[in-house]
Design a protein around this ligand. Structure first.
Ligand SMILES: [Zn+2]
Length: 323
């Protein structure tokens, strides 16, 4: 039996309740009514509990003024009791500016060490929290990059309870986007996996190959094109194995396995990929303490471990700033 593909950010446990977004008064009434909880975002971090093991979701009644100073979005309703938050509780995202962050600290609700990044902590969070963080960061990153109308250049306002933006002049409405990227675990006839290393990375950091889907291109064609461009490898037997959001800024990573066709000369593109190497399971196991593998929250790490058949430990797991 192959190991299950364990995708840390593909877990979600929330009813997004997207129908409710149409109610223009939804956020205002949730704040007045007071039973919702707030998920705070500051920069690329989310407010965690002091143990770093989960989110700190604060009842809106305790932080009403701070919440209403940030950009708000309705994320949905919880589907089970968890960590003091009852099933059916509405979750409101609050994207704080500097003043809001200072107010939250002054009110004793956060300290420096309480803020989590998804890269570092995603794999350790519960399904509810991992899903909430991926959702929240993708949404705030989209809002931050789309403040002006692409049609007429005028500023736009948040609409649909945080799930669209509407131009103040021409009224054009736009919705959050995902940028699909393919990521591929290529194996050869000996069942070795192909890993690449980028010129800008630290020595001995390796990952599987990935690339963005081009305009007007299928996922399948993107796999074939990117693997040929980055590695000079023609692939066959392309199979989808899983996907997870990667909100940097708002990508969707779509994972595939593929087979290299026969004996092939590896040709790193020299632009993105500097080195390429086939790894056997024995080599990965023997070298894992010297290798810098992708961080535990990434689909790349999950796909390498899926091929290997078990979790791997890597030198990168303890390093600060690990990807
Ligand atoms: Zn406009």
């Amino acid at each position: 039996m192959p190991a299950p593909l364990n995708l840390p950010l593909a877990r979600a446990a929330l009813n997004r309740n997207s129908e409710a977004r149409k109610d223009a008064q939804l956020l205002a009434s949730l704040i007045v009514e007071g039973s919702a909880v707030c998920l705070f975002v500051s920069g690329d971090k989310v407010l965690g509990n002091s143990q770093g093991s989960g989110l700190r979701l604060i009842p809106v009644s305790l932080v009403t003024e701070i919440a209403t100073s940030g950009m708000l979005a309705y994320l949905g309703q919880t589907i089970a009791d968890e960590a003091g938050v009852a099933e059916g509780t509405a979750v409101v995202l609050v994207d704080l500016d500097a003043a809001g962050l200072a107010a939250l600290e002054a009110a004793g609700h956060s300290q420096d060490g309480d803020w989590l990044t998804l890269r570092r902590s995603g794999f350790g969070l519960s399904a509810r929290d991992a899903g909430l963080v991926a959702q929240a960061l993708a949404l705030v990153n989209w809002h931050r990059a789309h403040g002006f109308c692409a049609n007429c250049g005028t500023a736009s306002n948040v609409s649909q309870a945080g799930w669209s933006r509407t131009c103040l002049a021409c009224k054009r409405e736009v919705f959050p986007r995902n940028d699909p990227a393919i990521i591929v675990a290529i194996v050869d006839d000996e069942d070795r996996i192909l890993l690449g290393s980028q010129g800008t990375w630290e020595e001995n950091r390796w990952s599987i190959l990935a690339g963005f889907v081009d305009a007007g291109e299928t996922l399948h064609a993107a796999v074939e094109r990117e693997m040929l461009e980055e590695a000079g490898v023609k692939v066959t037997d392309i199979k989808f194995i899983g996907s997870q959001p990667w909100p940097y800024p708002f990508s969707l990573m779509v994972g595939f396995t593929a087979r290299a066709r026969g004996e092939q000369n590896l040709q790193p593109d020299g632009l993105e990929i500097e080195k390429l190497r086939w790894f056997s399971r024995e080599q990965i196991a023997a070298e894992s303490q010297q290798l810098l593998l992708p961080g535990k929250s990434t689909i790349s790490r999950a796909m390498i471990e899926h091929w290997y058949g078990a979790p791997l430990s890597s030198k990168s797991d303890a390093a600060p700033g690990s990807r």
